[in-house]
Design a binder for this molecule. Structure first.
Ligand code: GAL
Ligand code: CA
Length: 336
């Protein structure tokens, strides 16, 4: 009888734990996604670090592919919530759709860490006390890339092919509406005008997938267009698209300065080979680590940054912002 009671008591005590989603071994369950497994940076840098660092922290992590569809992500979040995960770590597909995800998490009382793609709806982070963001200061990448280009432009007078003192540029933008794509576009070009150098945009193309194929196809088309010979610089808002631009340049036997963002290993190699002029380290390793540090703390009900070196913005964005770093032919070896 005593034994039966004890068993019943143990089951009863264990019930709330299972209901809360914790595993039998007590590991915290993290439900996570990547907006698209096709993305060079997200799949090549952030995802592997999420996987290895979750092991280090003893977290039970599931990562699903949202395949570039916000509707799919909404369903995936519903499944995680039904499963009873302890915390959500979400990479938005549509940065304007954070509200629906936040509402789901809030309703289920599950903490939520958004990462890499910052929500664009004003004030949305204030609608739930258990939501945080981990990413970067998007403008910083554009500023760093722009300053790098200005320094090189000034050091290479022959880059001004038509000698008009103005930079004739083409720009591969990435996902329209993505804070990184928008800010990089604005601030990289602004660096020239701030330095008193004129700018003329010959073409700009956006691509929600930030892809190498897109970079290749657009650059190839530009090179054979009416303004093909006028292009003086190719500005790429990420390395993936820059790789495509480099392929197209090689195929057309044309040499032009190319700049990217992310500092993927392949970009470092292109810099080593003299095919790329610079990139900006987008520190995915630390973004992944901060995401899981905050997730773990939040799941345990601790202060989000307790016991870590991460600092939260106090401007209402509730963000941890990992710094960008300039990567040039002078210092690229440090980043391999
Ligand atoms: C950016 C990154 C891009 C792409 C994008 C996806 O931070 O630079 O390469 O991965 O995120 O949201
Ligand atoms: Ca010029």
């Amino acid at each position: 009888m005593k034994k039966v009671l004890l068993t019943a008591l143990i089951i009863m005590m264990a019930l709330p734990l299972f209901a809360g989603g914790q595993q039998e071994d007590g590991a915290i369950e993290v439900g996570s996604n990547i907006y698209s497994f096709q993305d060079n940076f997200m799949n090549g840098v952030i995802k592997p670090e999420l996987e290895s660092y979750s092991e280090e922290l003893g977290l039970d992590l599931s990562i699903v592919d949202s395949e570039g569809q916000q509707a799919k992500l909404n369903d995936q979040v519903d499944v995680f919530i039904t499963k009873g995960v302890d915390v959500l770590a979400i990479n938005l597909v549509d940065p304007a759709s954070a509200g629906s995800i936040i509402e789901k998490a809030k309703k289920a009382d599950i903490p939520l860490i958004l990462f890499n793609k910052e929500a664009t709806e004003a004030g949305i982070m204030g609608t739930y006390d258990k939501v945080w963001y981990v990413g970067t200061n998007s403008a910083e990448s554009g500023i760093i890339q722009g300053e790098m280009m200005v320094a090189d432009w000034n050091a290479n007078p022959d880059w001004d092919k038509n000698g008009d003192g103005t930079v004739q540029y083409v720009l591969l933008k990435g996902e329209p509406g993505h804070p990184d794509a928008e800010a990089r576009t604005t601030y990289s070009v602004k660096a020239f005008t701030d330095a008193g150098i004129g700018v003329e945009q010959l073409a700009l193309e956006a691509d929600p997938n930030w892809s190498t194929t897109h970079g290749n196809d657009k650059t190839a088309a530009w090179l054979t267009s009416s303004f093909g010979n006028d292009i003086e610089i190719i500005i790429c808002n990420n390395d993936g698209m820059a790789f495509g631009a480099i392929n197209a340049l090689k195929a057309a036997n044309v040499v032009l300065p190319v700049y990217g963002v992310d500092a993927l290993t392949q970009a470092l190699q292109h810099i080593a080979d003299g095919e790329m002029n610079g990139t900006v380290l987008n520190d995915g390793v630390n973004q992944a680590r901060a995401t899981l540090d905050l997730a773990k703390n939040a799941a345990m009900g601790s202060d989000a940054v307790a016991g870590t070196d991460w600092v939260l913005d106090t401007d209402g964005t509730k963000a941890v912002r990992v710094p960008y770093v300039a990567v040039t032919p002078e210092n690229y070896k440090d980043f391999f």
